[in-house]
Write a protein that binds this ligand. Sequence first.
Ligand code: C2E
Ligand code: MG
Ligand code: MG
Length: 635
Amino acid sequence: MRAMGTGSSVPRKAEAELDSGTAGAIHKHDHEPANATLARMFVERRRRRPLEHAWHEALDSVHQLLTRYEETNHRLAEAEEIYRSLFEGALVGIFRVSADGRPLMVNEFMAKLVGYDDPEQMLAGVRHFGEHVFTDHSEWRDLMLRLQKNGVQYGFEAEMKAADGATKWVLLNIRSIQDGSRIVYYEGTAEDITDRKLAEDRIRLIAYYDSVTGLPNRRLFEERLAESITFAQSKNQRVALLVLELGRFKMINDTFGKVFGDRLLQEIAQRIRTALGEGITIARLGGAEFAIILEDVKALREVQLLAQQMLAVIGAEFSFLGHSFNVSCTMGISMFPEHGRDSHILLERADAAMCSAKDQTANDVQFYSEGIDTQIRVRLRLENGLRLALERNELFLVYQPQVDTRTGGISGLEALLRWQHPEMGLIPPNDFIAVAESSGLIVPIGEWVLRTACMQGRAWQDAGLPAIPIAVNVSAIQLRQQGFCELIRSVLRETGLDPKYLELELTEGLLMTNVDVVFTVIQELRELGVKLTIDDFGTGYSSLNYLRQFKVNRLKIDRSFVREVPKNADDAAITTAIINMAKALNLDVLAEGVENVEQLDFLRAQNCFEIQGYYFSKPMAVDQIAKKLRGSFAS
Ligand code: C2E
Ligand code: MG
Ligand code: MG
């Protein structure tokens, strides 16, 4: 039976129950008419409906809750997965450490950074994070103090010793987690900055250290000097600044090459370091210049002794790469506070003192004094003037005859350089050759002398004057220039002078350094056919053995020996010995600086017949020489 026309919305299930009479608690009362039953059922249903509704709503809520719970769970799982992945896969080390330094939690990166395969290994292997990780334990303590104060520390750089022994640099960002004032644990990140640190070290090395010797360079030296001065000022102490330069280094470098030069610098740095020990700043300022800072100087004597020690150490024989040789050095010293209160001034003044030492004898030490400033100014003026002297035609040559006393005739001429300075007047070579040498100007000037002398020799011959050799003084720097022999060859070719009329005067000292190279050059010059003389003989240190090897043509006895013969017995003995030695070696011998007849007679008695000196003639201008030559050969 179907409920018709009621328009009611009885649920189908309820209807079916009603149809089948199975509607649970709704029972038909026997005495009731069917419609009454139905009506009652409707009433009943209406009474039950809110309950059903509530039930459904509750179910819905539970369902929704469950769904939300599931979603939350899902999201939590997702979040956990994200955090786990972030933690485990992070490309920085992440750690949590207990208040007493025990690692509680580390990620893979951290474990690897500390030299373990995985976090478990690290947690088992490391008992104290700080003591294990920091090479310098005090750094960890320092870090802890900062954390206690600030709670967080960014960018803390520390050197770490990994479990596998490797040294690494790490950058830590770390914070303390506190419960009130009590630190519960520390946590943070660690980055491997080893590569960056190495790069920084390399940069620092390049910027502050000399690549050849490993010593501090000028930049670092100036910083250290400034620090020493500040410190000395606060303690009322004195500081000495020593600047030293090797003699002839450029020449050695040019002759033997850079590898050899570098090796020499290294050996010298090593010698100074060994002599002075640790704790004293030694620097290479550039080229062949070194500097030393001596702190807390009590007495000048102390500095003098050290300077002498340095000269001895550097002056001792070097023997490497198949060569044995000696180098000289000059040293300038300035003192704080006497000579300046600022590092630049002290350096300038030590340099000035060194230049002054250079102008005097080699192997010398010079303290700064005010007089040196004047010397330096003069020197600078000379150097600047000399740069212009060639182009302004201020240089000229004079010629001094050499006489054969057996015939009385002129056997040769020595070309001697003069400089007519526009304001300073006539300047003798002894006053400017050293400046020309140290500034390198000797190279173009020497070439000019050579060309002018050869041209003049040829011109005299062309003018019908007798052909005699012209001697030209050659500086060590010229001789060691590459292509020196080639220069001689081309000058002879250009001027048309026969090589046998060119004589080169080389000083003894020049021959004794870099013997091998000099030997080769001399050989080549001999093959060219030019004459070679050792000038100022007796003042250097040549050994007989070398003299034999060099195969020069003659020796010129230095003026200093000739000056006091025959009165001075020692000089007489030396002069005689040189003459005899020359004869024994089959060399010609000439005495220079002969001023009087006593000297002449003595020399003749010793069988030295060639002389040069005021006794016969002073150096003369070109036209006077022409007259003299005519006269000499006319008589
Ligand atoms: P030196 O080559 O030993 O030249 C001899 C010097 O002694 C010359 O001085 C000459 O004038 C001087 N002299 C000669 N006889 C006497 C004498 O009887 N008594 C005295 N008191 N002196 C005498 P000068 O011309 O002043 O030259 C000095 C030095 O300068 C030369 O010594 C030489 O080493 C150097 N020099 C001169 N010209 C040149 C040059 O063109 N190139 C180079 N590299 N050096 C040169
Ligand atoms: Mg000479
Ligand atoms: Mg001489």
